[in-house]
Each structure stands twice: as C-alpha cells, then as structure tokens.
Design a protein around this ligand. Sequence first.
Ligand SMILES: [Ca+2]
Ligand SMILES: [Ca+2]
Ligand SMILES: [Ca+2]
Ligand SMILES: [Ca+2]
Length: 311
Amino acid sequence: MSVDSYSEEAKALKKLNLEKATNFMRQYRDPDSRELKKLSAHQFMEVWSHYDKDSNGYIEGTELDGFLREFVSSANVQDVSPEAVSDAMLEELKACFMEAYDDNQDGKIDIRELAQLLPMEENFLLLFRFDNPLESSVEFMKIWREYDMDGSGYIEADELKNFLRDLLKEAKINDVSEDKLIEYTDTMLQVFDANKDGRLQLSEMAKLLPVKENFLTRQIFKGATKLTKEDIEKVFALYDRDNNGTIENEELRGFLKDLLELVKKDYDAQDLEEFEDTLLRGVERDRGGKINKKELTMILLALAKKSNEEP
Ligand SMILES: [Ca+2]
Ligand SMILES: [Ca+2]
Ligand SMILES: [Ca+2]
Ligand SMILES: [Ca+2]
C-alpha cells in the first residue's frame, strides 16, 4: 500500500469516526444519496442500543429528541449538525413522526416501532412483523410452554432459535442459513434480554410477543365501577377458551400473567407460580389448578376491593 492511499484511507476513516461521534445515524446513510442503507440484524441492534441509552426498552424523552435530531439532520447532504434542528422544528417533527410510527400511541418508540421505520434485511424484519399481536395471554402461554422445552422457566438461546426458525418457516422463509439464524437469535436475545442474564424470562418474552390486550386492564377491573354478573361472565368466557366450564392450564396461566402484569413490570415463571399459589389457596380446593366461575368471581371481587382501597 502506498503512503498516499494509506493517508487517504486514514482521512476517510477519521471522517467516518467524526461523523459517528457527532451523528450516529450518518454512517447508515449512503454518502451520496443520503438514503438509509439496509441494516443487518447487528447494525439494527447497534442503532437501538445507541439511542435507548438507559436500556429500558423504549426510545423516549430526551432519547427520542436526540434520535429525531440525528435521524433528520443525517439526511442532509450538507453537514448540518444535529443542533441545527431548531426546537420548534423538533416539536413539529416529533408530532408528525409519532403520528406515523407510534402505533400504540404511548409516546415512546419501542423496538417493534423502530423496526418499521428503518430499512432492514427482509428476513430479519419479518421477525418483527409476524402475525401479531397475539389474541390473548392464553395463546402466549401456549407458545411459552411449547418453546420452553426443558421446562426451565426461561427461554434459553437454543429455544429462542427454534422459535425464530419456526416463525420464519411460518412466513414461508426457508432459505435462512444456520449462521444467519444464529445471528438473528443473538440479536433478538441482546435486544429483549433486559436483565442481561442471557435468557428470556416471561416478562422479556412478553415484549417480543405482545398480546392484543390485557383484558384485566379494562376499567371495570380497576374498581371504577361495581363488578356486575355480566362482567364476570365476560371475563370467564375470555379465558375459558375451550368452553369446558373451567379455566385451567394455559387458560389459567394466561389469566395469571395478565394479573401479574398489572402489579409487576418484570416477572418470571417463579413469580407466576408463587402468584398462583397465593391466589388459589383461598378459593380453590384441591382440584388441581382449575378455577370455575364461582372461584373466578371471588378472585375478581377480592381484586376490585383491593384496588378500591388503594388511593
Ligand atoms: Ca430508554
Ligand atoms: Ca428453557
Ligand atoms: Ca433475561
Ligand atoms: Ca377451559
């Protein structure tokens, strides 16, 4: 290598590093057209973890401002610094942007929403677009049981890989190499493993596989109004998916998961089990983890009472 080409290269590298430091998004744009390049799974993860600075699973508040400033100014052919985006412009931009991308309208960008925004490898993108959200937590618990093959109470890397492989298969994608699949698994694990123990617990998997609605967050269960017989019938029907007159197995665990979600942000299989013990001890008499309508009524009344007592 000649000295000249070396110094050219060094200059280019220096420029790239400088751009990275001032605007992280710029490296993912084509230097001429300024269009976003297709991101690999790994690059997507880089973007995500760069902007979700506190790794809480959302790009929000000042993180969101920072991302938007850099996202927009990096599209400029001239080197405008992120600060060149005025506050007024930013507010306007944010309004439009959130309108378009904040699907669940919580004012934050989650990973699924970012995945819709950035161009990515198609097969990897698919993993964020599969037939979701799930109908309910009952379906979630069925999937959980299927993929926690060793019953450890966690989805470990190999189990996650099986899950992702099946997702791709379902989407009729059969040409993903084992290496790619491992890359996808690593990336998904890094993104969703919030407590960094190298495996997914229930609450982490719940982010990867969201359900349409937690039925129990509806107003009636927040003690706002009195629980009517109709309400109870409705809840019962929601969880007794096979209509056999009792809530059991995944139906019961789906119900427990929804309950748990109301009180806890992070939870694992052990929490669910302990919760089941406490909750059923009072109402269920040795019938092997099933609850009938009467028992459900008692549980819901106890909960309504409790939430009425809380300020
Ligand atoms: Ca965050
Ligand atoms: Ca497992
Ligand atoms: Ca974890
Ligand atoms: Ca049932």
